[in-house]
Design a protein around this ligand. Structure first.
Ligand SMILES: Cc1ncc(COP(=O)(O)O)c(C=O)c1O
Length: 485
């Protein structure tokens, strides 16, 4: 047996490289990551791809003996990273960008190397205290009281799901009630909210779509009417979900007025601020999001508004006990973890037990850069959106959506009298944008019409990138116009 153990140990020790081997891999990874970042100013924002080529990765060997580090890095560099959207580019204006701060990547490295057990205080008190520190900083930012709490999730969808489940349990809704339980949303509410209801087993609950004003904001008087009507019908109004920055248009619902209605009828008031939340760091954002401090729960995404790499959302609740309730557990093997630490462990107030030491990727950039840099970057994005909207309005045949409340600019090329022809022209334009790759937009439909949208939220988007967007747009429109004549 000793002989076999020695053999196995020799082999398994390969999993723990020597200093020399570690340095060799670290040098390769660092060289690659520095080259990658240095190339960003000129790198494509989008690289068209061929499925057959990409899917060759499905045959990538996971061998018994492994490969040399440079071979592994080569596959990553040449096959994994290039195809599709370049989310690190400052010319990525699609969906909701973020950028991906390099300091955060170092935080992830430190988190993984030290591998603290971030779910439970008794195991890794420093890790839990660090997350709690961030949650308290966020609670202050959003004007939440001392009773509040929350956790760092993998993203906005996950945090919204937990919010829905928390609101459901707080309202003491049971399966027998679901078909009568009413949720108030708008046509701009992110789809992850309806998906969260499905996942929570509440697909059958009534989704009441409240009409919006011309700026795509929920109309409070219509909300009031709808709740009163539903109560009269014997339904169970239960939850209002407002957007603080909708994905399509960046609209911020009137939070104070909605809060007053939620109090009037005793409904849970949730704010999805996944996109818009961190604009609270700016004066303009604070005014626009006024009333958010009144809600029962809110979601914000540091991988959007704090420019972190993907993988970090936040759920905050006004009363942390409401979050503890759905996450309560009994397990004898956890008895020794229950110590009085003066704070909840993430495992007691969120679905994860073993969790990524997520706090470091958010803490390190905040700690090193300081809040002022984030505030400036967010104010810059708001101004850039206004600048872009103004420049687009100066162009012939471009119609814009409403003046951006935050940093999403909607626009549409309207060269023809016939709007159906315009839809097709915009689809062609979008296809050309993808083929060209210098800038990336995503698209949406507003009132049945095809729109392009530029969301400005990458840490790497500055005036130069917005000018590039405008010049590429003019050039590609010019090309299509030449082909049409
Ligand atoms: C308003 C809003 N809510 C929720 C989400 C979902 O967040 P995530 O992609 O982090 O799951 C998004 C994503 O763009 C969003 O814009």
């Amino acid at each position: 047996m000793e002989k076999r153990l020695a053999q196995l140990e020799k082999q398994s020790r390969e999993l723990d490289p020597s200093l020399h081997e570690r340095e060799a891999l670290q040098t390769l990874a660092l060289q690659y990551s520095n080259d990658f970042l240095d190339q960003q100013p000129d790198a494509p924002a989008y690289t068209s791809f061929n499925k057959t080529d990409v899917n060759k990765l499905l045959d990538d060997a996971i061998s018994e003996t492994g490969v040399l580090p440079d071979e592994a890095i080569r596959v990553f560099r040449d096959q994994v990273v290039p195809p599709g959207l370049n989310l690190t580019s400052g010319r990525h204006f699609g969906y909701i960008p973020g950028g991906g701060l390099s300091v955060s990547a170092v935080g992830d490295y430190l988190a993984a190397i030290t591998n603290r057990y971030a779910g439970v205080y008794s195991s890794s008190p420093g890790a839990v205290a660090l997350e709690t520190r961030l949650v308290r900083w966020l609670a202050e930012l959003f004007g939440f009281p001392e009773s509040s709490g929350g956790y760092l999730s993998s993203g906005g969808s996950h945090a919204n799901l937990t919010a829905i489940v928390t609101a459901r349990d707080h309202a003491k809704l049971k399966a027998a009630h679901y078909s009568k339980a009413v949720v108030y949303i708008t046509g701009q509410t992110h789809h992850c909210v309806a998906r969260a209801l499905n996942i929570a087993g509440m697909a059958e609950c009534v989704k009441r779509y409240i009409p919006m004003d011309e700026q795509f904001r929920m109309m409070p008087d219509k909300l009031d009417e709808a709740i009163a009507g539903d109560q009269n019908e014997g339904l169970m109004p239960w939850l209002i979900v407002a957007s603080a920055g909708s994905t399509d248009t960046g609209a911020v619902d009137p939070l104070s007025e909605i809060s007053a209605i939620s109090k009037k009828y005793g409904l849970w008031f949730h704010v999805d601020a996944a996109y818009g939340g961190f604009f609270m760091l700016t004066e303009q954002g604070k005014k626009l999001l006024s009333g958010i401090e009144e809600c029962h729960s809110l979601v914000a995404d540091p991988h959007k508004g704090l420019f972190l790499p993907y993988g970090t959302g936040v759920l905050l609740v006004r009363d942390v006990e409401t979050l503890a309730w759905p996450h309560r557990f009994e397990a004898s093997y956890m008895n020794d973890t229950r110590i009085d630490s003066g704070m909840y462990s993430p495992a007691e107030i969120s679905p994860e037990l073993s969790k990524h030491f997520r706090a470091v990727r958010m803490w390190l950039p905040l700690k090193i850069h300081g809040v002022a840099a984030f505030r400036a970057a967010l104010e810059e994005k708001l101004l850039l959106a206004e600048y872009l909207w103004d420049r687009l309005n100066e162009l012939n045949d471009i119609i814009t959506g409403p003046k951006p409340q935050l940093s999403v600019v909607l626009f549409r090329w309207a060269a023809d009298k016939d709007e159906t022809v315009n839809d097709n022209l915009n689809k062609t334009l979008h296809k050309r944008i993808l083929e060209d790759g210098r800038v990336f937009f995503s698209t949406t439909e507003i009132d049945g019409r095809f729109f392009l949208r530029a969301a400005i939220l990458s840490s790497r988007t500055h005036l130069k990138e917005v000018e590039q967007l405008l010049s590429v747009l003019k050039e590609l429109i010019g090309n299509i116009n030449t082909e049409r004549t």
